[in-house]
Every structure is written in C-alpha cells, then in structure tokens.
Write a protein that binds this ligand. Structure first.
Ligand SMILES: [Zn+2]
Length: 371
C-alpha cells in the first residue's frame, strides 16, 4: 500500500494518502452530509450539512491517523523504524521497518492502535455529553465516539493482519515460543475469519441487504488476500531461516585497475553487456564499482580518454551488505536502496557480489513456485 500523496512528517515519519483514500473520504463526507446530519439536526441548511459532514469526516480520518500513530510510537520505542503511514480505502497502515523481535513487543505495538481509538471514543463520548449546550456539536461528537468504538471492534477481529490477528499471533508466539508457527496459526484463523465475512456477506446479499452484503464480501476478500500473503511470507521466512547473504553471493568477481580506460574495458566487448559489473581497484583495496549503465552514459568518442575511476560509483556510496546478514534482510536493504546488486563485505573487505536476480533464483529453488 503506497502513498500517492505525501502530506507532512510526524516524529520523522512521512504521512501520506493513497488515491483510494479520496473515495472513502468522499463517501463518508457525503453520507454524513446527506444522511446523518439532516436526520440529527433537521433545522439546518444544505450548506450547514456539507460543512458539518466535511469537518466530521476530517476528524474521523484524524482519529484513524492517531490510531496508526499509536502503533508507530510504540514501534519506535522498541527501536523499530517506521517507514510511513498511509491512509487508504480501508483505513490506515503504519509500515514498520521490520518484524518485532519478541512476542511482547508484537503485542504492545498491535494493541497500541486500538487503545488510542478507545481513548478517543471515550473523549468524544464525554464531549458529546458536555456539548449538549451547543446543539450542533452533540451529534458530531457522539458520531465520532461511536465510529472510534467501531474502529476498536473492527481492528480487534482476530484476522491477521488486523490488529486483533497480531495480538493473537503474539499470544500464540508467547505460548509456543515459535514465531513461525504463531504466524501460520494466526494466518489460518485470519482466513477462517475472512471466509466468514464472505459467507455472511453472500447471505445478506440474497437476504435483501445488498450494499451491506457487498461491503462484507469486499472486506472478507481483502482479509483473505492479506492472510494468505502473510502465510506465504511466514513460510518463506521459515524456509530461509539461517541463510545469509554470504552463502548466496557470487564469489567470482572481476577487478580492474582504476586507470583502465572505458575503451580498454568495453571496446572489445561492445555495448549491451547489461549484467556486467566490475570492481575497480585490487583485491585488498576496492575503490568502486562500474556497471554497464555507467559505461553507457559515456559518449563513444570519449571512451579512449575516460578512466573507469572517473565514472565508477565510489565504494563509500554503494550499499554494502555484510556477509552474515540474513538473506531476506539483505534483499530488503537492496529494495530500500533501490539497487539490483550490491557488494558483500566481511571484515571490512569486499568478498563478493549479491544481485537481486540471484537472490530471487535462490528463493525460487528453495520454496518452489509458491514464492
Ligand atoms: Zn491498527
């Protein structure tokens, strides 16, 4: 779930909106302005309902953001970086940098969001009682109290990857002391919950509640695909447990002296050596890396006069992967840095090269077509 629009940062975390969010924002605002407020406050005008709808809807999505910030705050407190928070069609998502290391951390991160929503529900409930003096604010705050409570209940459904599913996973993890088994159990329960949603949705569809039915089927389908994705991920992690970058990397590498000209390097080969990559320097002192893409940027006529050290990416600017890094972690580092290959280091020296294709081939050979 990517952010299409970046808004601002909170605690260094970029907050963004997905395009799909505008659909749900429009729907909520519209249903408040044409349904809820005209019924609750019959004496107002159309413009009044529109303003109330908009304000209430903004406060609602502010509440969703606060819920995600709850997860993010606790994750950061556990030393886990939070990459982004995105509001989308089905609510919000805080993307955390890695899985929590312990069942306790998983539990606290998962429960933090619903706790924030619960506090907000209480706060709006108190305001709705106190607000009776200002007639407009009463319905607004009581609706926000109810929707935040609904958010708590929905998120606590034990379907992985909803918060409730994560809480369940943390509990199973604690009881079995096995994170992989916990993920599998939580994912299976998540799929059962998902199919129940779809089942109830189909029944209400034929029972005459068409829009409710469709909505339930849609949520069920979303939960189902998320749960089966989590299951595949858990299987992959289990399969690759203990495999390091150093075991999969390519050891053969070509080193060329820094003073080599592009002509000397690429002249005999010609262009189109897409996968070729050279380390510049010698075995004990690698200075940088030159790829076919670097060569392609040099005009042909300058090849005899351009040295590879002029066009290389210096080693300090390359993403370096430590040989003992877990393979999936290395793959994630490469994806974050948006590179397809990276040098592998051991004890401060370059010992090999890891490419994304190589990792994916290795994963496929281990896990089969399912990965
Ligand atoms: Zn949550």
């Amino acid at each position: 779930m990517q952010s299409n629009i970046r808004l601002f940062r909170i605690w260094g975390i970029p907050i963004g909106l997905s395009f799909s969010w505008f659909v749900i924002f429009g729907l909520v605002t519209w249903s408040l302005a044409t349904g809820f407020f005209p019924t609750a406050l019959p004496e107002l005008s159309g413009a009044g309902y529109a303003v109330l709808g908009l304000v209430t809807s903004l406060l609602f999505f502010g509440s969703v953001l606060a819920h995600e910030l709850g997860h993010a705050y606790v994750a950061q407190r556990h030393g886990i970086p939070v990459r982004s928070i995105t509001l989308h069609l089905l609510g919000g998502l805080a993307q955390i940098g890695r899985e929590p290391a312990t069942a306790g951390a998983e539990f606290r991160i998962a429960i933090a969001g619903p706790l924030v929503s619960l506090v907000l529900a209480g706060l709006f409930a108190v305001l709705s009682v106190a607000d009776q003096a200002v007639p407009v604010l009463g319905p607004l705050t009581s609706w926000l109290a109810r929707i935040n409570l609904l958010l708590v209940l929905f998120n606590l459904i034990p379907g992985f990857p909803l918060d409730g599913g994560r809480v369940l996973r943390a509990i199973v993890w604690k009881l079995t002391a096995n994170a992989h088994r916990a993920t599998r159990i939580a994912a299976v329960i998540g799929q059962v919950v998902a199919f129940s949603f779809i089942g109830v949705g189909v029944v209400s569809l034929f029972g005459g509640a068409a829009s409710n039915g469709l909505w339930l089927i849609f949520i069920g389908w979303f939960l189902q695909s998320a749960a089966s994705g989590s299951y595949a991920q858990a299987r992959l992690e289990q399969e690759l447990e203990g495999v390091t970058a150093g075991q999969v990397m390519q050891r053969e590498r070509v080193e060329i002296p820094a003073a080599t000209t592009v002509e000397q390097l690429a002249g005999p080969l010609g262009a189109g050596q897409e996968q070729r990559l050279y380390f510049v320097g010698d075995e004990d002192d690698i200075e940088g890396m030159v790829t076919a893409a670097d060569i392609a940027r040099v005009p042909r006529s300058l090849w005899p006069f351009t040295r590879v050290e002029q066009i290389m990416t210096p080693i300090q600017r390359l993403l370096g992967i430590q040989a003992q890094t877990a393979l999936l972690e290395a793959l994630q580092q490469m994806e974050e840095a948006q590179v397809t290959q990276a040098p592998v280091f051991a004890e401060g020296r370059v010992v090999g090269l890891l490419s994304r294709d190589q990792v994916l081939r290795f994963i496929r050979s281990r896990v089969g077509a399912a990965a």
